[in-house]
Write a protein that binds this ligand. Structure first.
Ligand SMILES: [Mg+2]
Length: 304
């Protein structure tokens, strides 16, 4: 296990590329030609871990919007959960759901076709994950083979999900609408972790750990989904700008693959003021506060 390298936030401000030439197609907009893109986890990062509020990050969000810098939501949450949040954030950018299970891009966002996407409502959806029914079957197979109770969202009522997460009944209902990722807990001793990891690998699957749950998923992660989306941005800006800078913020182990592909990875504090164990990256910046307050300070320090 590694420890994070401490670094104070004194970097030079990052250019947003506000003076870039804009594409001339009918689909162009001011928001997808920025040289800087912000990628962010939600729970415990942009959203307070208890209240799920982003109020403490309002100043930084406003500053990014004023500079036309896209904020990409990259979460273990479902599409059904993220859609209303995007509305509250006035965010019209692509987003990544269920730990990288799919990339959802507003249909007219990029002025070129995305050949591996399917149309679903107002989005082009690039599916990267393993179907949920397969994950559920695998979880129950592993539970039976190991004799260790594994309790997933599919085993929980909406009330139980709400109680375990602090979500409202309505939001917990949206959280259960899963396609690519099964959050679960191990009921009993965590000393079975190595055996569990082996059993999951034998199923050809992966797992990671988020804020409250382990997550069973296919061979994808937040990093793979980010790379697929960034390919689109790079394709879009190639004519005008050779480089694109990614700033990413997270708080848990499941954010590591996303932080690893970013130029500027930022780890925000957990609610108790500590940092998640097991996260180390070259150039990792530690935000000086938990959740959205840390998000706010870190982003403002870097873009001003
Ligand atoms: Mg989180």
């Amino acid at each position: 296990m590694y420890s994070c390298r401490v670094r104070t936030i004194t970097r030079h401000p990052i250019s947003s590329g506000e003076n870039m030439a804009k594409p001339t197609t009918a689909h162009s907009n001011d928001c997808n030609t920025s040289r800087l893109i912000v990628l962010t986890d939600l729970d415990g990062t942009l959203l307070d871990s208890e209240t799920y509020s982003f109020d403490a990050a309002t100043a930084a969000l406003d500053a990014l919007r004023a500079r036309s810098i896209p904020v990409i939501l990259v979460s273990s949450k479902t599409r059904a959960e993220i859609e209303p949040l995007r509305s509250r954030l006035h965010n019209n950018h692509p987003f990544i759901v269920e730990n990288g299970g799919a990339v959802l891009i507003p249909s007219a966002y990029f002025p070129f076709p995305i050949t591996d996407a399917i149309t679903s409502g107002p989005y082009l959806v690039i599916g990267l994950g393993t179907p949920y029914t397969r994950l559920r079957q695998a979880l129950k197979d592993i539970e039976r083979d190991l004799g260790v109770p594994l309790r997933g969202y599919g085993d929980m009522s909406v009330d139980e999900v709400a109680r375990r997460t602090g979500l409202s009944f309505e939001d917990a209902t949206l959280a259960k609408q899963r396609d690519y990722d099964e959050p679960f807990i191990v009921e009993g001793q965590e000393s079975t972790e190595q055996t569990l990891a082996q059993a999951i690998a034998e199923q050809g699957l992966r797992w990671t750990t988020g804020d409250r749950f382990h997550h069973l998923m296919g061979v994808h992660d937040k990093g793979a989904a980010v790379r697929r989306l960034i390919d689109c941005y790079r394709h879009n800006v190639r004519q005008a700008q050779p480089s694109l800078t990614m700033l990413a913020l997270g708080n848990s182990l499941n954010d590591l693959p996303m932080l690893a592909v970013a130029d500027t990875p930022i780890l925000v504090q957990l609610a108790d003021g500590t940092y998640a164990a097991g996260l180390d990256l070259p150039g990792l910046i530690r935000a000086p506060a938990p959740g959205p307050a840390g998000w706010n300070q870190a982003v403002l320090s870097l873009i001003r």
